[in-house]
Design a protein. Sequence first.
Lengths: 342, 290, 289
Amino acid sequence: MAASATTVAGDRSTLESSAAGRLPDKFLKWGLFAIAGLTLVLLVYFFVVLFGQSTDAFSTFGLKFIFVNNWDVPKNIYEALALVVGTLITSVIALVMGVPIAVATALFITELCPQRLRTPFGGLVDLLAAVPSVVYGLWGVFVLIPHLLPAEKWFASTFSFIPWIGGGTPTGPNIFIAGLILAIMILPIVSAISREVLATVPPSNKEAALALGATRWEMIRMAVLPYARPGITGAAMLGLGRALGETIAVVLVVGNAPNIPNHLFAQGYTLAAVIANEFGEAANTPIHSSALFACGLVLFVVTLIVNYFARRVVAKATGKPRRRLARRSDNAEPATPAVESA
Amino acid sequence: MTTPEGPNTQTPPATTSVQQVEQRLAVPSAATSPAASPQGGHAVNVKELNAYYGSQHSIKNVTIEFPANQVTALIGPSGSGKSTVVRCINRMHEEIPGARAEGCVMLDELDIYAPNVDVTAVRRLIGMVFQKPNPFPTMSIFDNVAAGLRLTGTKSDDLKELVHRSLQSVGLWDEVKDRLNEPGIGLSGGQQQRLCIARTVAIEPEVILMDEPASALDPISTLKIEELVDELKERYTIVIVTHNMQQAARVASSTVFMLDGEVVEHDETNKIFTNPSDERTERYVTGKFG
Amino acid sequence: MSTTQLPETSRRRVVTDKIMRGSLVAAFVVALIPLVLVIYYLIYKGLGTWSKNFFTTDPNGSFFGYPGGIRSALLGSIEMVLLASLISIPLGIGSALYLVEYGKQSWFANFVRYLTDVQTGVPSIVFGLFVYIVLVVAKVGGDGFAAWKGSIALALLMLPIVARSAEVVLLLVPGDLREAALALGAPRWRVVKSVVLPTARSGLVTGSLLAVARGMGETAPLLFTTAGALALTFSLSAQMNAMPLQIYTDILSPRAEIVDRAWGTALVLVTLILILNLIARAASRRSKA
């Protein structure tokens, strides 16, 4: 409020900002608005493009594309059931092996580990996510496959009485190895989210369990796991989303044989792997490329759906309120940079 | 420090407006003297207890006798260490990272801080009710009460009977008997706290520790809890931490005043509030600080 | 006064407790085994291939003799990721700024948040396919494959990562700080420039570095966009090599020396990524100090 002697009483013109003065603000706001809206535009565009490229395949094969097993490149028949099944089986194997270990490490870090070791240990598990997919593939091809072959052979013959799991003849690359590598790759994200979920368990319930004379494990079983179960389910779903879409590591170790695997150590194929593997040769065959795009579309839509529900479940379980500004009166929690960058 | 002589046979100072409470405390007290209780009670003796949070020395050489089958209150300003003392009695204090306790806590003739003592066994005998009611949110009312019993593998036929008995003893049975399978957190605050008490008494401890059990509740529920405490003392030895001096006056036969981790005065409740020996006690109970 | 005997905690419970706690520890160790093994083999098989030639010559694709080093791949990776970062980091932070400063809880803002979250789950190969159609097949900016198109695919992948972590960090700048600045009469853009961004700086750096580390390691988005030539080039409109591409091709080679080169390249790649991760964590720890 200017108190100069020359100011006319009642003149408030100093309070109006000039149009030019407001310009940077407007510019900033609308510029940022456009940037934010870009995401929306992009995703819609993805869908449109993928869909457009797939129409050839879908119109030629119709629903048989997904439900019939006949992926025959020389004859230009592209019915992808084997790919769909292969994608599902490898993901299920990844979940079965990866989720329990991931949750157990999360429990270890949040419940058993001394306070000051929690961050370093958590960081170590998170490092698993830093290894790129192609490096896991390299390691899988030259280390895992040869070293695990004898064990696989032993397993198949010892448990040959169990259908599908035993009784086959393991070859080198197979869906089990693919599932195992996927398990390793989803471990960090499932563990990180599980840790977040476990941190929301009310300490007072844990105390109540201990005060009743529970052992440490009984306390975890009574007060921690039931409370955390929905959130951990969400974490597992996020792991599933990651496993479904993983390409490079899988294409190197799964065998790339378009058959429905008839035992645990048989070769298989996945929707993501087929794209990476056959894209080069499909460049000159429109129906082939269209089929690959159709695989990509299926992958896109399925991972979108899985991730959508997964995020909802996790958000509900961690009780994350709508993201709002911190106040300095809050005990500011340190920002964990996005580890779950899947 | 004079030791408490026995149950309060006088009406406590009429600081509440609820006359029923006065009557209740005046009439049955003669009938609940320890000599008349059916089984022998269990006394707790804290001897030269020191407790630390890391390097912070928060409980300094505290010695208190908690007589069997009586209610002893611990009062004092925030940070005086009263909650810490109580958590040392059921060895919950050491669950906090970096916290430790040294000294001796006798349950009858057993020192629960002796080496080789099984902490989970101690906690079965010394139960705890917390400030904010904390029923297990994923469990039903029945399962909440049965939680402690299930730990020791009580058979399910016995469970029904024991849960029933427990809920009755806290006066909750009639209110919940038709909805035992509903979630425990569906109850009101006061009911939840009684549920937690039922959960605690279901395993038949000898001592019950209560850390400000009614401070999160409305006045009517508070009253119900206090009535319950009065009934429970016939079967258990009770230690109650409270911020509310009127509450101590209503339920406890003797009271301990703590300040800065030390016991300042421990005497009959009546005396603490009407004629304390220590000047600091007097300043606290008359509201000059804290 | 009666006496007390402690009830015995059953043996079964004690043993179960020990076993279960032991399994949790065991699971933690098991989880780290792959990490240890991968790093071990990378060093064991990869370190030996490092030499001056390794870093100063390009892969020559010949069938005999010395197969060449990885210079074009190393420099190509750096160049393409740099371009991708120049695109995705400002856009990501810009998007987050909009959400935090203007959009707040409007339906549009929540919708965008949601989509960003979801975008992090899109398989990376889908980004490659998308750019292939939109830029490569359509021959935008000249023929076919080009390095900048690969960068765009990488940027699509990195954008949601930057945006999400940036939003978390920007939300941590206390509202009171902004209000104080606004109350002093500063226009909003000034508040953003002089108060919000500097306060959030190390967190933004952390999030960006992690996105960059992610971008360096990706193969699938590059397969159909850059398609990896072997020769060294700095031109963004030419086909450019990148380390993940080089590894991918080399793995399937019948020549042992080339497979060895794959290990060496992988070691370089993982080392760079680990360095980026460590810097990112150091930056984030400093912001908490």
